[in-house]
Design a protein around this ligand. Structure first.
Ligand code: ATP
Length: 367
């Protein structure tokens, strides 16, 4: 069992910089929690405070109900995997994995059992006699994981463990880590700035910006119902398109008006934006919710806009078309087979059911 409770946690570095502000989070046993956000948002600082490598300036950290603020890192029953997985070059893989346990004076046969079990889980049994220099990057990363697993900790903390691997290996290891979580059934807190890693691994994701939690939610909810413009832009790739527009009402219909364009606001959303009529808002639509008018059965004047193609990218399974709409850059994701070229004028349609509307000033989601 390992549940964590972070209450009103702050980190103020000695130079006065406030890196983490009023961080509140309840983590349940066996959760796979992701901290994600742009560089410098406070992900590592928070993780290091949980590990005890960084002092908590204000607030309380509980693990299984016990206050941990002043508990030594080694007594927190936590294992951390870093992005640099420095292994001892002169030791075999077996000894690298056993090292921490030896320091803790764990009995020899117990060490042997745990190292072999971890090696089996990670599929590195055949590498135990080798020295690190004979291993590939992915294999070394597994050994680093192995060193954490043998400790049988209550909580795993992982700080961008895959960032030193090439793209292909990252995908492989991502799947491995997911399987590992299922097998070990322990709580994992994982830091990344990669939103694909966050979306694929996390049971819940904590999105951070400037040391402040923006939203804590499941991957699906973050994608479907981002709480503000920052989260909407951060989750999803390529990112959501944003356009400023004025909300207007004509009879019973509400529209987003920008330039010569008038886009329908569907009735459920119209109800929620009624206080914004006559005001400027920002609306967002994801590249995968935009279609070429020529092939979109639901095309009509109130979901269609003119655009000019800037760049066309063919990626095999999908096509990205970068266009300009009323001077705003918009990305469209199309099915393969679409062929356009820079300079082409094309009509594109927004799926109006999938439009997100944000308060332009506060950037909070209205609907
Ligand atoms: P990255 O993805 O780049 O690793 P991060 O989200 O993990 O970023 P942190 O390493 O937690 O960010 O740093 C958060 C902020 O705190 C940054 O602005 C960083 O410059 C600052 N910071 C980190 N360590 C210190 C320190 N010892 N003293 C002062 N400021 C620090």
């Amino acid at each position: 069992m390992a549940s964590l409770s972070l209450k009103n946690i702050y980190k103020i570095y000695p130079n006065g910089f406030n890196a983490v502000k009023d961080f509140n989070l309840e983590i349940e046993d066996k959760e796979f929690i992701i901290f994600v956000g742009p560089s410098g948002c406070g992900k590592s600082t928070t993780l290091r405070m949980i590990a005890g490598l960084e002092e908590i300036s204000k607030g309380e950290l509980y693990i299984d109900g016990k206050l941990m603020n002043d508990v030594e890192p080694k007594d927190r029953d936590i294992a951390m995997v870093f992005q640099s997985y420095a292994l001892y070059p002169h030791m075999s893989i077996y000894d690298n994995m056993a090292f921490g346990l030896k320091l803790r004076k764990t009995p020899k046969d117990e060490i042997d059992r745990r190292v072999k079990e971890a090696a089996r889980i990670l599929d590195i049994e055949h590498l135990l006699d080798r020295k690190p220099k004979l291993l590939s990057g992915g294999q070394r990363q597994r050994v680093a994981m192995g060193r954490a697993i043998v400790r049988e900790p209550k909580v795993f903390l992982m700080d961008e463990p895959l960032s030193n691997l090439d793209a292909k290996l990252r995908v492989q290891m991502r799947i491995e880590i997911s399987k590992l979580h299922q097998r070990l059934q322990t709580t994992i807190i994982y830091v990344t700035h990669d939103q694909t890693e966050a979306m694929t691994l996390g049971t819940r994701i904590v999105v951070l910006k400037d040391g402040v939690i923006q939203q804590v939610d499941s991957p699906q909810n973050l994608y479907d119902r981002p709480g503000n413009l920052f989260v909407a832009g951060f989750i999803g790739s390529p990112q959501m398109n944003f356009i400023d527009a004025t909300l207007t009402k004509e009879g019973n219909n509400t529209y987003l008006v920008f330039g010569a364009n008038k886009i329908t606001v569907v009735p459920e959303k119209a109800e929620k934006v009624k206080d914004y009529i006559g005001k400027e808002v920002t609306f967002g639509v994801r590249p995968e919710n935009i279609y070429a008018a020529a092939t979109y059965p639901k095309a009509n004047p109130n979901n269609t806009v003119h655009s000019t193609v800037r760049v066309f990218e063919m990626l095999g399974a999908e096509v990205f078309v970068y266009v300009t709409v009323e001077g705003v850059d918009v990305t469209v994701r199309e099915a393969p087979g679409t062929v356009v070229k820079p300079g082409d004028d094309v009509d594109i349609c927004f799926d109006v059911d999938k439009i997100h509307i944000f308060d332009k000033e506060t950037q909070v989601t209205i609907c």
